[in-house]
Design a protein around this ligand. Structure first.
Ligand code: UDX
Length: 437
């Protein structure tokens, strides 16, 4: 079966490569000619563990192609996935669906025979039906179906998430379309992973509801961490004690400097707007967004306080800039709030991130020096801040850190070290929701 992906962003590229790995012939299409050229040359535009190797092996096997010509790619394809961006709209934060509709109309105009159009982009409930209307208008003679198939890939573990998902959700309303989807996901069904078939609207809503719920868990545990600090409790124990209750579950209960990334911040806001439009007030998710936004500023204050309420001309080393480890993605990262807040108060930043610095350099200005390793970044610093929990920071040589820092002060916003070990190693150690030692 031949598959086309429209959009070679994160979702389109990872999913396209993975379907090729399943044995299908996949063409990833993008309007951006230079991006396609660079993909043809074998360059992967994002850092995602395992993607590089999988992309190259599938290109070599003759199953994966890149093109800027949608008409040509559609020629003998049975199914086309729309995986274009749905960023917040500039003026009202609604999900901007213009790229989705533009892609759907173009597919309708260029298709010569039956085609199944599957929306992978995150879109509000009701969009699939509007996509079908737009396609009907663009080409009244075309036979087609529209389906919704949201993705739940996490950056940094996207390949594994695609190959071994908890479930696949598909909104589909015709037998013909369902049969195609069944074939596409046969390798997943074969290992007993559930494929949940729903209406278009339910499928669309599942994605927003799932992301908003996970974001709620994070915002909730962050507030519990604040409470732990005041009451002398330990957030790691509290989260575990909660998480062992199967009704709650252990995942997404790790406290941190506030969630970021390309999905949670965008999808929670779009969820609120979608609910408003349907005349439903979404007070829980509204609070989550507010709590998470404020948390990023509170984290800057925490560092400020740890430095004795004065960071002017102090050198602050920062380990990690990306919104999470194993990605080069800086979108909505807490570092984008925390660093400027500290620089505004006169701090001098010494930073290092294993993958994110290329992107980060475009986003920060001010008193920042960039280093190519963690130890170099912390030399003579008045404090060390851990912002992203990259594995290499977990294995750091504490004796070396102690020698390099001017003041042995560590503020760990990811709780990657153990307070008692840090105390023994001679640091003042401030983390989240745990004792300061
Ligand atoms: C998320 C969803 O998990 C995925 O299903 C969806 O398709 C896209 O959005 P992603 O943004 O890649 O994936 O990262 P994720 O691992 O979910 O983390 C999102 C943010 O939450 C990060 O900033 C992370 O640091 C934070 N987080 C996550 C916490 O603070 N605590 C946790 O326990 C988990």
């Amino acid at each position: 079966m031949k598959i086309v992906f429209v959009g070679t962003g994160y979702v389109g590229l990872v999913s396209g490569v993975c379907f090729a790995e399943f044995g299908f012939t996949v063409t990833c299409v993008d309007k951006d000619k230079s991006k396609i050229e660079s993909l043809r040359q074998g360059k992967v535009p994002i850092y995602e563990p395992g993607l590089d190797a999988l992309m190259h092996s599938n290109v070599k096997a003759g199953r994966l192609f890149f093109s800027d010509n949608l008409g040509e790619a559609l020629e003998d394809a049975q199914v086309v996935f729309i995986a274009v961006g749905t960023p917040p709209r500039y003026d009202d934060d609604h999900a901007d669906l213009s790229y989705v509709f533009a892609a759907a109309e173009e597919i309708a105009r260029l298709s010569k025979r039956y085609i199944l159009v599957v929306t992978k982009s995150t879109v509000p409930g009701g969009t699939g039906r509007k996509v079908a209307e737009a396609m009907r208008k663009a080409n009244p003679d075309l036979e087609f179906d529209v389906a919704s198939n949201p993705e739940f890939l996490r950056e940094g573990s996207a390949i594994n998430d695609f190959m071994h998902p908890d479930r696949v959700v598909v909104g589909v309303e015709s037998q013909r379309a369902k049969e195609i989807i069944d074939k596409l996901y046969h390798p997943i069904k074969a290992v007993n992973i559930p494929i949940l078939y729903t209406s278009l609207e339910s499928s669309e809503l599942i994605k927003y509801a799932a992301n908003s719920f996970l974001a709620t868990k994070i915002a909730f545990i962050n507030e519990i961490a604040d409470l732990c600090e005041k009451l002398g409790a330990d957030i790691v124990d509290v989260a575990l004690g909660m998480g062992l209750d199967k009704r709650i579950g252990k995942q997404y209960l790790e406290t941190g400097p506030g969630f970021g990334g390309s999905c949670f911040p965008k999808d929670t806001i779009a969820f609120i707007r979608m609910a408003e439009q349907a005349n439903v007030r979404s007070r829980v998710v509204e609070s989550v967004v507010m709590s998470n936004d404020l948390r990023k500023y509170r984290m800057a204050e925490k560092i400020f306080d740890a430095c004795g309420g004065d960071v002017k001309n102090k050198n602050i080393a920062v380990l990690g800039l990306t919104f999470k480890p194993n990605t080069d993605d800086m979108r909505e990262s807490s570092s984008l709030i925390i660093l400027p807040e500290l620089m505004r108060e006169g701090a001098i930043m010494q930073v290092y991130d294993p993958q994110g610095m290329h992107e980060a350099k475009k986003l920060f200005s001010g008193n920042i020096t960039w280093y190519d390793n963690a130890y170099a970044a912390m030399k003579n610093a008045d404090a060390l801040v851990v912002l992203t929990e990259w594995n290499e920071f977990k294995q750091i040589d504490l004796a070396k850190v102690k020698k390099l820092l001017k003041t042995p002060l560590i503020i760990d916003l990811r709780n990657i070290y153990k307070p008692q070990e840090m105390h023994k190693a001679g640091f003042k150690y401030i983390s989240l929701g745990r004792e300061t030692v």
